[in-house]
Design a protein around this ligand. Structure first.
Ligand SMILES: [Zn+2]
Length: 379
């Protein structure tokens, strides 16, 4: 009796909506497919459960998630609040999260990190109560990326390591209220925020950071709360983080490797081009050899055909001659001609033609055989 009761209680808790019905998901327009709304809805519970340890009792207030097809489809009143390429944004004063499906798809990491990122903004703001608006933007974005275990706009420490080494980082004081609008500098801002909060979290743990944020009030600025939580001046914290980025994060080596591969590819290109040219030449030579072989073969075939035709014509001529009424006289003339050539000898001097050949003089010439032995045969 006790075990089934415990199991049914666990099942009840497991299937209970972690938001307590405080989160609603809706489409911004009829163009958004119901399946997309269902997919977002399915991510809310797991995200809230994952964040429960960081923000106990959250969400304390209802909030809603509005799904848009893309940033281009945003109403004009919201477009100014959206950074190009970003897959979502949160309007904390309205307790609204806006998700952009096209940008989420382009991000390539799926829906979960984006939903998680935007929910972190909302829960952090709720956690800090009416003083949530005093938290700097860089801290909000850094914590959202760390807890979502993903960055926006492909931000990484490799993007900032050379800036950190050469003193060209964006001052965090410039990232308190707004982020830069240009795509490149926006990526740098996300990368700095992620890297600094990630370092703070490793040095002091996430609960310390969230408690520090909740300590901000009318008399306690964020910087003062950070110093109180870490016992180190803000400048010292930022310098320690910068040293980590340059020397301890491995970002410099990763960046160097990326550059090396890029340079290697550039250096390899001429070799690839030469190999390609060589290959093309070999192919052309082989093609020319084949063409010549084909030509020779065709010539041989043509010669053989010509020879065969000539032979055939010779036979036809012989047959024709045989059937001609002048055959006998032709044979006679030919015989006389041959005999004349023989008699001319090497001197080529011909005697006067004679018609009075005796049988003895004619001998066994085959050309005269018909006179004696019947018609000639073509053996
Ligand atoms: Zn964000």
């Amino acid at each position: 009796m006790i075990l089934p009761g415990i199991l049914s209680l666990l099942l009840c808790c497991w299937t209970q909506d972690p938001s307590g019905g405080r989160v609603t998901v809706s489409a911004a327009s009829p163009d958004v497919a119901p399946q997309s709304i269902a997919a977002v809805q399915a991510e809310i519970g797991p995200c809230l459960l994952a964040l429960r340890a960081t923000f106990p009792g959250a969400p304390r207030q209802p909030f809603r998630v509005i799904v848009h097809e893309s940033g281009a489809e945003l109403p004009k009143s919201l477009q100014a609040m959206h950074h190009e390429g970003s897959p979502g944004f949160a309007l904390l004063a309205r307790h609204e999260i806006h998700l952009l499906l096209a940008e989420t798809k382009a991000n390539g990491r799926g829906l979960r990190p984006v939903v998680m990122h935007e929910i972190v903004h909302e829960l952090l703001d709720q956690h800090c109560g009416r003083h949530g608006g005093r938290l700097p933007r860089w801290f909000h974005e850094g914590l959202a990326q760390v807890l979502a275990n993903d960055t926006y706009l492909g931000a990484s420490e490799e993007m900032i390591v050379w800036r950190a080494a050469t003193g060209q980082l964006i001052p965090f004081s410039d990232l308190e209220a707004v982020f830069p609008s240009g795509r490149h500098m926006l990526g740098i801002a996300y990368a700095q925020s992620y890297s600094f909060v990630s370092w703070l979290q490793r040095e002091y743990d996430i609960k310390t950071l969230v408690a520090m944020a909740a300590a901000v009030d009318d008399e306690t600025s964020f910087d003062r709360a950070l110093v109180a939580a870490t016992h180190r001046p803000t400048a010292a914290l930022q310098e320690a983080w910068r040293e980590h980025v340059v020397h301890g994060s491995g970002a410099a080596w990763r960046s160097l490797l990326e550059q090396f591969f890029s340079i290697s590819m550039v250096l390899t290109l001429p070799l690839l081009a030469m190999a390609l040219i060589k290959r093309l030449r070999v192919d052309n030579a082989a093609r020319e050899r084949l063409r010549r072989a084909d030509l020779d073969e065709q010539n041989q075939l043509a010669a053989a055909a010509t020879s065969a035709i000539s032979g055939s014509r010779g036979v036809e001529a012989a047959e024709h001659a045989e059937s001609s009424p002048d055959h006998e006289s032709d044979l006679r003339a030919l015989s006389e001609s041959i005999a004349g050539e023989v008699d001319d000898g090497p001197h080529g001097l011909a005697e006067e033609p004679r018609d009075d050949w005796s049988d003895d003089e004619l001998g066994d010439s085959p050309f005269h055989a018909p006179d004696r032995d019947g018609p000639p045969r073509a053996d």
